[in-house]
Design a protein around this ligand. Structure first.
Ligand SMILES: [Zn+2]
Ligand SMILES: [Zn+2]
Length: 128
């Protein structure tokens, strides 16, 4: 038994951006795998421009129609040991996606079902 809190669920062991498929795949230390569509990932962008700040709505809150360039994944950078920063074809790269957020929004069927059955608004706390 370890006294350390488990972070296996939010520790990636492999991050793979497939530019031709337009997906980002993350394998987690607990054995789970998540595959994010680029479009869905773009909508999750937690940066101040997209999400707003100080109570003001961000660009994504205005429900924009995203262009092909805005949802095309060009590159993914690691930010320290806690987040990744995707770079988009329109030049946007200021969104730091914490692993906690990504795991929380895992789009697989099992996690989606679990989220809809769990009424706790935990996912809202992830983004500061
Ligand atoms: Zn953004
Ligand atoms: Zn999942």
């Amino acid at each position: 038994m370890s006294s350390q809190p488990s972070t296996e669920t939010t520790t990636p062991v492999r991050i793979h951006a497939d530019r031709s498929a337009g997906t980002l795949a993350i394998d987690w230390a607990d054995g789970h795998s998540s595959i994010y569509e680029a479009v869905g990932l773009r909508w999750l962008c937690p940066c101040a421009y997209c999400r707003g700040e100080a109570g003001l709505p961000g660009w994504l809150d205005t429900g924009p129609t995203l262009t092909v360039e805005q949802t095309r994944l060009v590159d993914v950078h690691l930010v320290g040991s806690y987040a990744i920063a995707p770079e988009w074809a329109d030049g946007h790269h200021t969104g730091y996606y914490p692993f906690v957020l990504l795991r929380d929004r895992c789009p697989c069927a099992a996690c989606t079902a679990q989220r809809s059955s769990d009424p706790s608004p935990r996912s809202r706390e992830v983004h500061a």
